[in-house]
Design a binder for this molecule. Structure first.
Ligand SMILES: [Zn+2]
Length: 466
């Protein structure tokens, strides 16, 4: 069996074979850092995390690059509104983004290049497009890509571009362009840009959004790489334009596989601020949900299906996790200090199923079905006293192995913030020194912080209190 993925380019399931055996070079479009990520954004990062984790589970060495778009209309406008420099303004949202990833247990990418650190690479790429006669300069000093001169334009989005390529009228507002579908590679500086701008052979200005991703992906992954991901709304025009720029400049295939996650809706409706159903991770944490619960909900729907994000779903995630925690604890208690034996046949069957399902374009629903089947069968055997210590240990190891992919079993202890962990350590030290009053005082302090601590033979166990 090998891994199959749905390639947006061919609209088909294809066996996954990287260019270099055993090594995956992967590019994922990152955030525009002008506000907090909403759950729809987070869904994309979660899908990419699941993909990356599964590739590693399957033995691939993964090198992932995710860009940070820290210069565009929105970042410039918002920074000016707050009277901050672009850097100071975007740093706040870069920090918030990494905090979100940490809370959600998203494994860090290998590189997070920021657009403003790669302007020379973008200028160089635009120069190559001039050499290939694919770019032109408009009267105001902006530079555009000419889609009419790139016959393959539209191949990812499967659009019939004939009308667009041959003589569609350019509307009044976009008079600088030869064709309405042409897109900016370089935007000439205007008053609204304030002190944001870089010198280029075409005058002062800044890069277009699409060229950022082409330049940064090829800088770190080479001119041809394996995997390019994002949300479906990135397919057109963003990814189509990335292909045109990259393949136009190099004459080589850009990314071998294109994978896109479907939309997220909230309580059955499109998420929007005006409907009051617009949520950031902070909003959900403030409502008492944990990063782990949000992660579970975002992971549990197949990436190509629309995800309906609901509070009922978050509550169901909480219940599912409690069931997993309880099972895992029962296994630990049964296994005690025994080492793992051979995995019993009934569990080995679930193990094969898990891999078969995930190999099928990350069919996570099937993988979770295998997981909960394992929980039911395991609980039944534990109830009947028919699971040996060595078998319990082996099943526990299987769960840990699967969690390298799912990332949902991390006990609450590991996701507690540092100040809580510091208090837990202080309480353990007090108990060690038999200072019971002090230990109790810290326990109350922890309760006030929203965490309850229970002492077990394996050490203190931390739980989010209700
Ligand atoms: Zn991108």
């Amino acid at each position: 069996m090998s891994l199959y993925v749905f390639n947006t380019m061919s609209r088909r399931l294809e066996p996954f074979e990287p260019i270099e055996a055993g090594r995956v070079r992967m590019y994922t479009c990152g955030p525009t850092v002008y506000n907090y990520a909403h759950v729809g954004n987070l869904r994309a990062y979660m899908f990419e995390d699941l993909l990356r984790r599964y590739l590693r589970f399957r033995g691939f060495d993964v090198f992932q690059v995710m860009n940070l778009t820290d210069v565009d209309d929105k970042t410039i406008r918002s920074a000016r509104e707050e009277g901050l420099s672009l850097n100071m303004f975007t740093q706040r949202y870069k920090d918030a983004f990494f905090e979100d990833l940490r809370i959600l247990g998203i494994e860090p990418a290998d590189k997070y290049p920021a657009a403003t650190d790669h302007i020379p690479q973008m200028i160089e790429l635009i120069q190559r497009l001039f050499e290939k006669d694919l770019a032109y300069r408009s009267d105001d000093g902006s530079v555009y890509f000419s889609i009419a001169r790139f016959p393959e334009y539209g191949k990812l989005a499967h659009l019939c571009m004939d009308g667009l390529r041959h003589g569609a009228r350019v509307n009044q507002d976009e008079y600088e362009k030869e064709h309405v579908g042409d897109f900016a590679l370089w935007k000439a500086w205007t008053e609204e840009d304030g002190d944001v701008g870089w010198d280029s052979p075409w005058g002062r200005g800044r890069p277009g959004w699409h060229i950022e991703c082409s330049a940064m992906s090829m800088s770190y992954l080479g001119e041809s790489f394996d995997l390019h991901c994002g949300g479906v709304d990135n397919i057109f025009p963003h990814h189509e334009d990335e292909i045109a720029q990259s393949e136009g400049a190099t004459g080589k295939p850009f990314a071998r596989y294109w994978m896109h996650n479907a939309h997220l809706i909230v309580e059955g409706s499109k998420m929007s601020k005006s409907l009051g159903n617009f949520y950031t991770l902070r909003d959900l944490l403030a409502k008492g949900y944990s990063g782990r619960e949000v992660r579970y909900l975002l992971v549990a729907t197949h990436y190509r299906n629309t995800l309906n994000f609901t509070f009922h779903g978050l509550d169901a995630a909480r219940a599912a996790l409690a069931r997993l925690d309880e099972f895992r604890q029962r296994l630990r208690d049964t296994a005690a200090s025994t080492g793992a034996g051979a995995l019993p046949d009934w569990a080995a069957a679930r193990q094969r199923e898990f891999v078969e399902q995930m190999d099928n374009d990350l069919n996570v629903s099937g993988a979770l079905a295998a997981l909960f089947e394992l929980v039911s069968e395991g609980n039944r055997l534990l109830d009947a006293g028919q699971l040996s210590a060595a078998e319990a240990a082996a099943v526990g190891e299987l769960l840990s192995d699967w969690d390298r992919v799912l990332g949902v079993l991390t006990p609450a202890q590991e996701e507690a913030p540092p100040d809580v962990l510091e208090r837990v350590a202080a309480r353990a030290a007090a108990r060690e020194a038999r200072e019971w009053a002090e230990a109790d005082r810290i326990r109350d302090e922890l309760l006030a912080m929203g965490w309850s601590v229970k002492d077990t033979p394996q050490g203190p166990r931390l739980k989010r209190s209700a």
